[in-house]
Write a protein that binds this ligand. Structure first.
Ligand code: SAM
Length: 306
């Protein structure tokens, strides 16, 4: 009998994916995990009833999480990826030749091992790269305790439920700020603004209290049902958002990086928010500003498209 696997994250509606073959299903130390094949989406990973990735469209999210911060930085050397045990973000990070060391901090060893077993092409050899430092730990504990300092911290977490809930808190963001080098960039996944505007507002407010520049950006992730997907950006170096399309083009050529979604133009356009999203963001920044001393007003600057 054919099994249909449901996404159980949305309170008032469900998505069901046909499981042509269930390859592995287990309750790990941290979460429920199932990996299965689907004719349309390819191989699918679901954690706690939420679609995390599919082999058919993972490139969208992984490229936008890695290349938007790293292409904006002139020489990213030290990068921390929190979550992302499938290795997809790490794969894209290691395409940048200036990266000397990339730390992957994932809480659930099973995600790493099972991802390598059932869809090794997503990590694409990144876990065997000599620049990779794999740490199995809770991201909050790791970032709060590390002495290392990073040019970029990329938080490829699941939704704010289960083990991932701590990765969407002001406490965690403050710990990330402490672990960033001066002018470093923090990027987090920030959910679906149309369905969960409070998720975006909460992170944006926390960022606006901590950083000089806050700039959510969007991508279209087909398997995240519910409209554009938000990623959030924070840094004390607001000029990083003023990078031109021409400069991004030169950087991509110089670094020899192939992509399937990210382009210099997409980079700039991703920060142009539809009105309903912009209102959530500006409302959150205004609220943070009210709570901050006048001298410390955060900016939301859009990148120039010159
Ligand atoms: N792209 C997906 C999304 O947006 O839903 C996320 C994919 S990635 C597989 C999420 C990873 O975060 C999972 O492997 C999960 O085990 C890991 N994770 C959850 N909570 C964590 C924590 N507190 N510290 C480190 N990793 C965590």
């Amino acid at each position: 009998m054919t099994r249909w696997i449901e996404e159980t994250f949305h309170p008032h509606w469900r998505v069901r994916l046909k499981a042509d073959k269930v390859l592995h299903e287990v309750k790990t130390e941290h979460q429920h995990l199932v990996i299965f094949d689907n004719e349309t989406w390819g191989r699918v990973l679901m954690l706690d009833g939420v679609c995390q990735l599919t082999t058919s469209d993972e490139f969208v999210y992984h490229e936008m999480m890695a290349h938007v911060p790293l292409m904006a930085l002139s020489k990213p050397r030290r990068v921390l990826v929190i979550g992302g045990g499938d290795g997809g973000v790490l794969r894209e990070v290691l395409k940048h030749p200036t990266v000397e060391k990339a730390t992957l901090c994932e809480i659930d060893r099973s995600v790493v091992d099972l991802s390598l077993k059932f869809y090794p092409e997503i990590a694409g050899g990144s876990l065997e790269d000599p620049r990779t430092d794999l740490v199995i730990a809770d991201g909050l504990k790791y970032v709060a305790g590390t002495r290392e300092r990073f040019d970029a911290i990329i938080v490829d977490s699941s939704e704010p439920i289960g083990p991932s809930a701590v990765l969407h808190t002001p406490e965690f963001f403050a710990a990330c700020k402490r672990a960033l080098k001066e002018g470093g960039v923090l990027v987090t996944q920030n959910g679906l603004p149309f369905l969960f505007p409070d998720h975006l507002a909460g992170t944006t407010k926390a960022f606006a209290r901590l950083f000089k520049a806050v700039a959510p950006y969007l991508c279209t992730q087909p398997c995240y049902f519910g409209g554009p997907f938000a990623l959030n950006w924070a840094s004390d170096d607001a000029d990083l958002l003023d990078i031109s399309t021409k400069k991004l083009q030169r950087r991509q050529e110089k670094r020899g990086i192939e992509t399937r979604y990210w382009t210099p133009a997409v980079h700039g356009a991703a920060f142009a928010l539809p009105r309903y999203v912009e209102q959530v963001v500006l409302g959150a920044i205004a609220e943070a500003s009210r709570q901050l001393a006048p001298a410390r007003k955060p900016s939301r600057r859009k990148p120039s498209t010159a």
